[in-house]
Design a binder for this molecule. Structure first.
Ligand code: GYE
Length: 344
């Protein structure tokens, strides 16, 4: 079998080496030269909107190398679910061994995942989830507990304001949200909304910033025109926080934790981007709830487990930290678990 595959590969490559292959032909050929000894993985990544995403893509590419026994077919969905659906259909046609999907948003996956199941190709979800009626449409998922990240952040804010004698009704919060309908957005938004209700904080508005720096800047500038008393900006990722800080400073605001003195506090999620960590060290970002993107080895461990005929846990959560350079709050306890607040 291996010999036939190699022979086929050589025959297919001939026109390219003799100079008569166009780049389109080359692509078709690469897609057909599947090495029988490798595990073929089709990975549909949703896009490249943030540093978190790029680090996640790199982690996957480093894990699924030929040296590690994999043949990786990587497709960037450019932030569009339609592109991701096309990629999954292509993987099915190519007969890959596993489909790994990092879905942009949760809805609308039922049909294409049913096609994968009909073709007997296991689907592993990474990072965000899908909302499908039939839960057997995917084997398992690995990623973060986004609502827990938000609970950690809001618990930190609650303790911080208590220690600094800031009354709950003095907080005027805006939320710059991640891509609407994505698991990360849903969990982080829900966590904040619940905490605002429970603590009596004023949640003034929630606006989609699509997880990008440019959108964060744009949305913040617009909010500053609509509200003059914003004193907490909750950004659902660091890239949007960087954009928001630009807009705040351009409008003459001082970012920082001294709310009583008129500073605007910025908090965010991820802790991947170097500039945001620097901002956190300087106090421009008061607190970051970590979101870990290094899923490559985790997905590969799940595939190895499936290869051995095991049934891995359906939902696999990653442990995450919380960072602040302020020493006001030393630790927080959420759902019975205590987290030390670490230096960024
Ligand atoms: O926080 C953000 C990215 O889904 C966890 O997506 C991911 C989020 C991450 O764009 O930066």
């Amino acid at each position: 079998m291996k010999k036939i595959a190699t022979l086929l590969t050589l025959l297919l490559l001939l026109p390219v080496f003799s100079g008569c292959g166009s780049s389109t032909i080359k692509e078709e050929i690469t897609e057909k030269t599947v090495d029988e000894n490798l595990i073929t993985v089709g990975f549909s990544q949703l896009g490249a909107e943030s540093d978190w995403r790029n680090t996640n893509t790199a982690s996957m590419q480093e894990a699924f190398t030929r040296e590690n026994g994999y043949d990786l077919i990587y497709k960037n969905g450019q932030q569009k679910q339609a592109n991701q659906i096309t990629a999954v259909r292509m993987f099915i046609q190519q007969g890959v061994d596993y489909i790994v999907l990092a879905p942009a948003t949760e809805a609308g996956w039922d049909s294409v995942l049913a096609e994968a199941r009909d073709a007997d190709i296991p689907v592993i979800l990474v990072d965000r989830r899908v909302d499908v009626a039939d839960k057997s449409l995917y084997s398992c998922w690995v990623g973060s507990d986004f609502e827990l990240e938000a609970k950690k952040m809001t618990e930190w804010l609650k303790q911080f304001t208590q220690v600094r004698n800031i009354d709950p009704e003095e907080l005027h919060i805006v939320n710059i949200q991640g891509t609407s309908g994505s698991t990360a957005q849903i969990g982080r938004t829900r966590g904040l909304a619940n905490a605002c209700r429970e603590n009596g904080w004023d949640l003034m508005t929630e606006v989609d910033g699509d997880f990008t720096e440019n959108k964060g800047r744009e949305v913040m500038a617009a909010m500053l025109k609509g509200y003059d008393n914003i004193n907490v900006v909750y950004c659902e990722n660091d890239n949007m926080a960087i954009g928001a800080i630009d807009a705040l400073e351009a409008a003459g605001k001082k970012v920082g934790s001294n709310i009583k003195n008129g500073e605007v506090m910025v908090v965010s999620f991820d802790g991947v981007n170097e500039l945001s960590r620097e901002y956190c060290r300087e106090g421009k970002i008061s607190c970051i709830a970590e979101c870990n993107p290094l899923h490559g080895p985790r997905v590969s461990a799940l595939i190895e487990s499936l290869e051995r005929g095991e049934t891995p846990e359906t939902f696999n959560y990653v442990d995450e930290k919380i960072f602040s350079s302020l020493s006001t709050v030393k630790s927080i306890t959420v759902d019975g678990v205590t987290y030390e607040v670490e230096k960024p």
